[in-house]
Design a protein. Structure first.
Length: 134
């Protein structure tokens, strides 16, 4: 049980670190305009609507890889138990949903984010939980 808990905690930490690092790169490539207040919903909506496809692709990659990393690392640390991967990956998927609620996004992006994050979590848990013959 301890390995399961430690695996989930380590996986979630790794997943959030992955998302953070990729979104840090995205923020450098596609910075918010000076003076834009992130709490201004209309201003954020206009800013997001004007972003190029590369900005959306980086955020989708962040969510997908973050969920994958979380799930795979959790499953491996927990002794190849997929359930740890599903739990850790689920945290990243839940954080994705919270982000989509908090910040206005295009509908297509919201749907793609959830589907890709869930797919990343599923794949990470499947690969991290797979027992390999030595």
């Amino acid at each position: 049980m301890l390995r399961l808990v430690l695996g989930v905690l380590a996986g979630v930490a790794a997943g959030f670190a992955t998302v953070f690092l990729i979104e840090l790169i995205s923020g450098k490539l596609y910075p918010m305009p000076a003076g834009l207040d992130p709490t201004n919903a209309e201003g954020m909506k206009a800013y997001i609507a004007g972003l190029p496809g590369g900005a959306f692709a980086l955020v989708l990659a962040a969510m997908t890889l973050g969920a994958f990393d979380a799930a795979a690392i959790a499953a491996v640390i927990a002794g190849r138990r997929r359930v740890a991967g599903w739990i850790a990956g689920g945290f990243i998927v839940a954080a994705t949903v919270v982000n989509l609620i908090a910040i206005p996004h295009p509908v297509w992006f919201a749907a793609a984010s959830v589907v890709l994050a869930a797919t990343g979590a599923w794949l990470g848990a499947a690969l991290g939980g797979e027992r390999r013959a030595v």
